[in-house]
Design a protein around this ligand. Sequence first.
Ligand code: SP5
Ligand code: ZN
Length: 346
Amino acid sequence: MITFYNHLHAQHQGKVEMFRGALVPCYEVPARADHVLAELQRRKLGTVQHPNAFDDAVLERIHSRRYLQFLATAWDQWVALDPANAGTDILPSVWPTRTFRTDIEPDNFSAKMGLYSFDAGTPFTAGTWVAARAGAHCALSAAQAMLAGDRAAFALSRPPGHHAGADFFGGYCFLNNAALAAQYLRDAGMERVAVLDIDYHHGNGTQACFYDRPDVFFASIHGDPRTEYPFFLGHADETGVGAGKGFNLNLPLPRGTGYPAWAAALDTALARIQQFGAQALVVSMGMDTFVGDPISGFTLHSDDYLRVGARLRACGLPTVLVFEGGYAVQEVGVNAVNVLQAFADV
Ligand code: SP5
Ligand code: ZN
């Protein structure tokens, strides 16, 4: 199995995120990807390559032009406010909720940050755009490899992507790597693509990208949004809208859920994906379902991920796996590569 590794990922290195009124050290750190890469190499699990190059227009298949232009220039705008800003990450602090307008991009930089984001936990740094773009290119490269005949391909991308929408960042995500991969497969002629999101947190961005579409089925297994981030999306009654009605499946589970109940939900999701007639599968492969994850509430163990990989492989679809969350830094390499191991020889 081939891996596309975001060799520029460490350029996105946030220092702090907002939690309960205080700035705490970021959970989404470069060491996460380093551990996955080291474990891939230790087990000699296929080749590791840099991503291919893509035209920025491919990002516009999912993201709005004004959002992409903001991401590309945000750091320069920040430093232009005050050269001393170069030493500080950017965090938003004001948002246009409900009755506010979002059609006009304000001139004020803080207002722009708020327009394009939904939390204060996602610092934007000097290297964020460069890293996020290369991470997206990893997902697109994995989709290309799959189209060229590989049974499975892995995008080892950081920052993660599944919370990012067409025109907003948040949840440590800026570009929606999984959505970009799914759209790339559609544009290459695959008629029905499924995205399965197994990150602990609901993939609100991916759901939003495809909510009104019957050609990309989205299924997600995640902590119940009544108590778990991102809180405002991911309920079971969200089944799609318009032509997309019936093509969205949310399987929220309570904090404390262990492998048996989680695996039952996985079977439900995979059965619906088969029923849909998917020609390819994109997996948002978050590893924060692990019992030792510092910000999550499920109790899967390292060995369980071998079983997860076997189930994913058993559905028989060509598969793009995209790295998402997973914050138990010491264990994330073993856990992620346990999933991938099932695809190693195919
Ligand atoms: C991609 C992904 O997994 N994003 C998750 C974003 C979660 N952000 C909110 C984190 C809240 C941290 N809570 C700290 C609890 C410490 N006990
Ligand atoms: Zn997560």
